[in-house]
Design a protein around this ligand. Structure first.
Ligand SMILES: NC(=O)c1ccc[n+]([C@@H]2O[C@H](COP(=O)([O-])OP(=O)(O)OC[C@H]3O[C@@H](n4cnc5c(N)ncnc54)[C@H](OP(=O)(O)O)[C@@H]3O)[C@@H](O)[C@H]2O)c1
Length: 228
């Protein structure tokens, strides 16, 4: 069996996920990247490397997660739940804040993270680290009237992170959430303060620095702890 650390990254085809793949390959990790739509994943496939395996997977389609888990033969050292959506930054009174769209945000960001952890839990290495990508927008005193359901979803991500950390305490598996910073991606927009490289390189370094004493905590991308 290989001595390489294995990292699995969901939503690896663009934005922060894609940059986490690049950084992981540069660190000689063995990378498992998941994408949900091949047509939207050209940049990921162009990275082709012997240290990378790519799988189609939708984090809210349990069958697709189980299919991927059956095709992974190395234990996972880092499980990164990065896939996420924000359907709208506007007010809940805006026309496009429909019931269906709000459910989709909760479904992907919260339940998608739970399903990912649940179905990969059997193939985690003994001192694995589970990372949920959260957001400062979920912090209780980071208030605002915009993106209400996205804020709620990320507050919930931090909350489920704590429950998941309790579930894994007896196995000494570390569970934490991270705010990646405000990053120039499709979601973060062009005015964001950080490039994907600035965010992802710092995130990876801090994933490596995590120890079991940090389980159940929420961190900024630069490694400083954040309040919930
Ligand atoms: N950018 C920021 O400033 C910022 C700040 C705080 C937190 N975050 C968080 O960081 C993470 C990555 O954000 P980003 O800025 O890189 O966003 P992004 O550029 O919009 O990329 C989102 C990624 O998630 C994937 N995804 C969405 N729904 C999925 C599903 N059901 N199953 C599998 N994959 C799915 C997308 O795949 P498709 O290409 O198929 O859509 C894409 O790969 C998210 O959790 C986000 O909430 C971002």
């Amino acid at each position: 069996m290989s001595n390489l650390k294995t990292i699995l990254i969901t939503g690896a085809n663009r934005g922060i996920g894609l940059e986490l793949v690049r950084e992981s390959l540069a660190k000689k990790f063995s990378v498992i990247g998941t994408f949900r739509n091949r047509e939207n994943s050209q940049a990921l496939f162009e990275l082709s490397s012997n240290d990378m395996k790519l799988f189609e997977m939708d984090v809210v389609d349990e069958k697709s997660i189980l299919d991927v888990s059956k095709n992974i033969h190395n234990p996972i050292d880092y499980l990164i739940c990065n896939a996420g959506i924000n359907n709208g930054y506007g007010s809940i009174f805006d026309q496009d804040h429909t019931h269906e769209k709000m459910l989709e945000v909760l479904n992907v960001n919260v339940i998608g993270s739970i399903l990912t952890v649940k179905h990969f839990s059997k193939i985690l290495n003994k001192d694995a680290k589970i990372i949920l990508i959260s957001s400062i927008m979920g912090v209780q005193n980071h208030s605002g009237s915009s993106a209400t359901i996205y804020r709620a979803s990320k507050a919930a991500v931090n909350n489920i992170m704590i429950s998941i950390s309790e579930e894994f305490k007896s196995k000494k598996i570390t569970v934490a959430s991270f705010h990646p910073g405000w990053v120039r991606t499709d979601m973060g927009g062009p005015n964001a303060t950080l490039s994907t490289k600035e965010s992802a390189s710092s995130l990876i370094k801090n994933f490596e620095n995590l120890t079991f004493e940090n389980t159940g905590k929420f961190f900024n991308y630069d490694g400083t702890t954040m309040n919930f």
